[in-house]
Each structure stands twice: as structure tokens, then as C-alpha cells.
Design a protein around this ligand. Structure first.
Ligand code: URA
Length: 209
């Protein structure tokens, strides 16, 4: 069974509280999402494989640590995934980016794919799937299914909020994909929203309804 890591760093939890507050403006929500995503990115990449490279400091030569292997892939589940993506790219500017376009059918709550574009050699890269909300689990499962179909083997899933129901469903289908989240909330409501949650992440980010 995969692991679930709750990133309970004080700065993450503080920023998350402001994001949950319905009085926080669109601009404030967007800025906080960018800030929080750099902190989440820091945690999800904590154990990346390292190698060394020979460099010259102004004083001497040294073997210095550097990231090993091919560039990371951040796979954004559109549209709300893009809110996490920006801060992550601030921290790892050389990462490659995949986009997975999925919308949630409002009646069935099933994920419907409308777009997919990913970099090459997914089989040789760590892919970090980003979507702020792991709610029913359907979009997360569909995004990971698609990435596996295109060759990805080493995958992590990063979100801001997760529901217990979404985690259970995701784990039942993708038991080897670790989940990283800032919070496991109480439950899902009948419309598939995370409770207490923060509302619709895409709407909060972009000022839509
Ligand atoms: N997607 C959202 O944006 N919010 C939820 O609560 C659930 C899914």
C-alpha cells in the first residue's frame, strides 16, 4: 500500500487556513497557492537521488552534490493543477511539464479526458502529479492511468487537500503511488466537495463561479 504524507509544516498550515477562509480574495488565494506550492514541492522532493559533479570554487576544486538523473516531470491536472505548478516551477525551473486535461462530469463525478501532452522518456523520470484537491479520487486515478499508459513508472501524487474517501479509492487502484497532502479533511459531501475544504479550487484561483 502506498504511503500518505501529511505536510504539517507550520507555514503550510498557516497559509492553508487563510486559503480556506471564504473572505480571502482571488488575488490572495492565488498568491498563497503559489507560496504554499513551493513548500509542498520542497517536501515532495526531499529524497531525490543525488550524484556529484566536479566544480571549481574561487578557491579550489571540489566534488559537489547535484541532482541525479533526468529532469523531473510535473504533471498538472487542468485546470486547478496549474495553481500548484507555478510555485513548483519557481523551485525547480528545469522541470518538464505534462498537462492532463480532465473535467468532472457533474452528474456521474467521473473524470473525462479532453487533453494530454507530456514530455518524452517518462519511463526514465520521476513524475509528480499535481492537483490541489484529491476529492473523489476519480481525476487522480485517471491522470495516473494516462501517465502509466505513456510509460511513467515512478509517480508521486501531490495535493493540497485530500478526502479520506479519495485516498482510499486512489490507493485501491494505484497502491504504489505515494500521496503527499497538506491536510486530510473530514469527508466528501453529496456533491463531491471536500469538507470543510476550501470550495472549488479552480473558481477560488480564477475568480469564476
Ligand atoms: N474540487 C474542488 O475544487 N473542490 C472540492 O472540494 C472538490 C473537488
Amino acid at each position: 500500500m502506498n504511503s500518505v504524507t501529511v505536510i504539517n509544516h507550520p507555514l503550510v498550515q498557516h497559509k492553508l487556513t487563510i486559503m480556506r477562509d471564504k473572505h480571502t480574495s482571488t488575488a490572495g488565494f492565488r498568491r498563497l497557492l503559489r507560496e504554499i506550492s513551493t513548500l509542498l514541492c520542497y517536501e515532495v522532493t526531499r529524497d531525490l537521488e543525488m550524484t556529484t559533479t566536479t566544480i571549481e570554487t574561487p578557491l579550489t576544486e571540489m566534488e559537489a552534490p547535484t541532482l541525479a538523473g533526468k529532469k523531473l516531470v510535473f504533471a498538472s491536472v487542468l485546470r486547478a493543477g496549474n495553481g500548484l505548478l507555478e510555485g513548483m516551477l519557481d523551485l525547480v525551473p528545469a522541470a518538464r511539464v505534462a498537462h492532463v486535461g480532465l473535467y468532472r462530469d457533474p452528474k456521474t463525478l467521473q473524470a473525462v479526458e479532453y487533453y494530454f501532452k507530456a514530455p518524452d522518456s517518462l519511463d526514465e523520470r520521476l513524475t509528480i502529479v499535481v492537483d490541489p484537491m484529491l476529492a473523489t479520487g476519480n481525476s487522480a486515478i485517471a491522470a495516473v492511468d494516462k501517465l502509466i499508459e505513456r510509460g511513467a513508472k515512478d509517480i508521486r501524487f501531490l495535493c493540497l487537500l485530500a478526502s479520506p474517501e479519495g485516498i482510499a479509492k486512489f490507493q485501491s487502484v494505484h497502491p504504489t503511488v505515494p500521496i503527499f497532502t497538506a491536510s486530510i479533511d473530514k469527508n466528501l459531501n453529496e456533491k463531491g466537495y471536500i469538507m470543510p475544504g476550501l470550495g472549488d479550487a479552480g473558481d477560488r484561483m480564477y475568480g469564476t463561479k
